[in-house]
Design a protein around this ligand. Structure first.
Ligand code: TXA
Ligand code: MG
Length: 332
């Protein structure tokens, strides 16, 4: 069901969930001060409670009310990139509920660069928690139609057109201690390490490895999966060889990975479709999830993506990260 801005506000103020547009992917939103709504996010998505939610705000001023620290790096980064696809993880304020942060002492904050989302956030008297509006582990939605499909029309959706960026925000943990500022990229996105470094000129900081000391729950390996197997191919193989090798690999694969049930095909694979993306990374990111959805409707039993030499470099890292996680099988 599509709803307009006023209806979306009414629904959210009644503690219900609403599908909302952002520039990255569509979100499944609820007010952070309505526990019933937050709970509905998890149940609607079939998302485990250990995976924390990002809180969406209309401004840096609003973000500051949700944290216990607002370091110089956060000031600079939000001035430079907000509204935009950068989520900042900082120590949370006491009143931010443990249900949102999965019991962590930090909260992820993001100001989406989408006019309708911003208008909605300004009209409400509370920020919105919103994960991507897909069932847990599945492909993220980049149109209102995708959201309707994902939840069989059970969720009201505010249609803001196709998403501009197409992959989820970069997530950056900002860890301010007496010994300095440590930054860890917890999820790659269209804002790259280089972009962050450039924005922080004059501010002392260090990039630290995300695996050290900073917990990044939800960053499980298998994610974004389409309903038919996606195969990530790094070697030169014919279509027939890809199908054969994939069948063999699937035979020995387990049926659930990290809690996500894999729908393994029962017969030997015979019909692959190739996932082709633009050679321009900005366009490719925009196409990625819609293509994956389209191709899983195609008369095919697997999708394959061929990694080519130009798919390297900073601008491709977010896209390759999603493809690697979405792939059930890797042919190195
Ligand atoms: O672009 C986006 O970020 C989209 C749109 C809707 O804003 N949202 C999104 O949310 O991708 P979601 O729930 O699909 O992914 C959020 C991820 C979590 O899985 C978790 O890894 C990380 O953000 N996260 C959230 N809060 C965190 C925290 N306090 N510490 C570490 N990681 C956190
Ligand atoms: Mg997601």
């Amino acid at each position: 069901m599509h709803v307009d801005l006023n209806k979306a506000i009414t629904e959210l103020n009644a503690g219900h969930v609403v599908g909302i547009p952002t520039e990255t992917v569509y979100g499944l939103a609820a007010r952070i001060d309505f526990p019933k709504g937050i709970e509905a996010i998890f149940t609607t998505k079939q998302r485990p409670f250990f995976d924390p939610l990002i809180v969406h705000v209309h401004s840096a001023e609003q973000a500051r009310t949700l944290v216990s620290q607002w370091p110089a790096a956060a000031i600079r980064l939000t001035e430079r990139f907000w509204p935009g696809p950068l989520t900042i993880v900082l120590p949370k304020a006491r009143h931010v509920s443990a249900m949102i942060t999965s019991g962590l002492e930090t909260v992820g904050l993001r100001c989406p660069n989408h006019p309708l989302a911003l208008e909605l956030l300004r009209e409400l008297s509370a920020p919105l928690a919103a994960p991507s509006a897909n069932r847990f582990g599945r492909t993220s939605p980049t149109t209102a139609h995708h959201v309707e499909d994902e939840f069989q029309g059970q969720v009201p959706v505010l249609d803001g057109g196709p998403c501009h960026v197409g992959i989820e925000s970069t997530i950056l943990a900002v860890n301010e201690t007496e010994s300095g500022t440590g930054l860890a990229i917890l999820r790659k996105g269209s804002i790259t390490a280089q972009d962050i470094q450039k924005a922080l000129e004059g501010i002392a900081f260090q990039f630290v490895d995300a695996s050290i000391g900073i917990s990044a729950p939800g960053q499980i390996k298998h994610h974004y999966m389409p309903p038919i197997p996606l195969v990530f191919v790094r070697s030169e193989l014919s279509e027939k060889e890809i199908a054969e090798k994939t069948s063999t690999a699937l035979n020995s694969a387990t049926s659930t990975v990290e809690g996500i049930e894999l729908e393994k095909p029962s017969r030997t694979l015979s019909h692959g479709v190739r996932l082709e993306l633009s050679e321009d990374p900005t366009q490719a990111a925009r196409q990625l999830y819609a293509r994956l959805r389209e191709l899983s409707q195609a008369p095919a039993d697997h999708i394959y993506f061929i990694h080519e030499s130009f798919h390297t470099g900073e601008a491709w890292t977010g896209i390759m990260d999603r493809l690697e996680r979405a792939a059930m099988i890797h042919l190195p």
